[in-house]
Design a protein around this ligand. Sequence first.
Ligand code: NAI
Length: 345
Amino acid sequence: MFALRQVTSTTKRAFSSSAVSQAAKVAVLGAAGGIGQPLSLLLKHNDSISHLSLYDIVNTPGVAADLSHINTKSKVTGYVPANDGLKHAVTGADVIVIPAGVPRKPGMTRDDLFNVWLLIATNAGIVRDLATAAAQYAPKAHLAVISNPVNSTVPIVSEVLKKHNVYDPRRVFGVTTLDIVRASRFASELKDTDPKNVNVTVVGGHSGVTIVPLLSQCPLSFSDEELKALTHRIQFGGDEVVKAKAGTGSATLSMAFAAARFTDSLLRAIVKGEKGVIEPTFVKSDLYASDGVEFFASNVELGPDGVKQIFPVGKLSDYEQELINAALPELKKNIEKGIKFANEN
Ligand code: NAI
């Protein structure tokens, strides 16, 4: 569906003559939560945003009033479900970021299937309802989905938009930026370098073995033992935070940082008309469609209409090919689960 090209250079910054000059309305759904609040704070500093619209089932008026005193130009409004709050929050939004949902608790892994199932069903229902509102009141918005499990919630959002005949696969993104942020940080930590100079491509999906870091493509070199340990740490880095927070939630601050970076990249492409903006993200993709995997995260060039081109994964080591082989069946299952949920509920 999209043109494919090997990544040959780092992000080039150039400005298109057709750059849209006005700033955007960005809605954050789940804005009063652990991720939502620091994310909204970071977005209040983004000069591509003219209107920051915050929605949550609780507490959003307070968060909005607080943020609205920060002396940047954007207007901040807060909504709860009363008085058609969701409708007003999303109407006219150019970008809708969705961190609404329930986070993981310690031990919530495959061993704890019942609670995991409850969490998935809760988040799936929340995301379905928010996507329905987006389809009705902001059919042209770019949707950035943070709510887990991303491998299933992105297909759910896509199915909901299809049902409303407003689906454009170029405008639906699973936010996997935290995996890239962690990979860069963990690799640099190991080699005592500045993460600013270490980009690690991470492809696949956004949970456990579906997260595939391509460390052979990064500028650092690692022994086989280091590679295995680092890969495992990147795949399961979220567990470190869940464990350390001891029952009070999962990554929120690093996630807010990552989501603010992704939103900024999107705005640079769609509002400022900047060219060559590349972010890894989980999107509808042809890369592994022949294996039955319809959505896949890889480096994506963003343009005025969202996804401009999807880059292939590039040259893989044997170890990375094994990781991809392990990721694909799991991804396929997660995607099918999302599609089934959307069609049955
Ligand atoms: P949280 O519980 O602190 O905040 C979630 C917020 O969503 C709460 O304020 C809650 O009131 C709100 N909410 C619940 N139902 C809603 C609805 N129907 N409409 C609007 N808002 C609603 O949780 P946290 O830590 O902020 O995590 C949110 C989601 O992000 C979870 O699903 C978590 O697993 C996911 N996450 C995703 C990551 C990623 O890399 N994509 C990383 C970390 C977390």
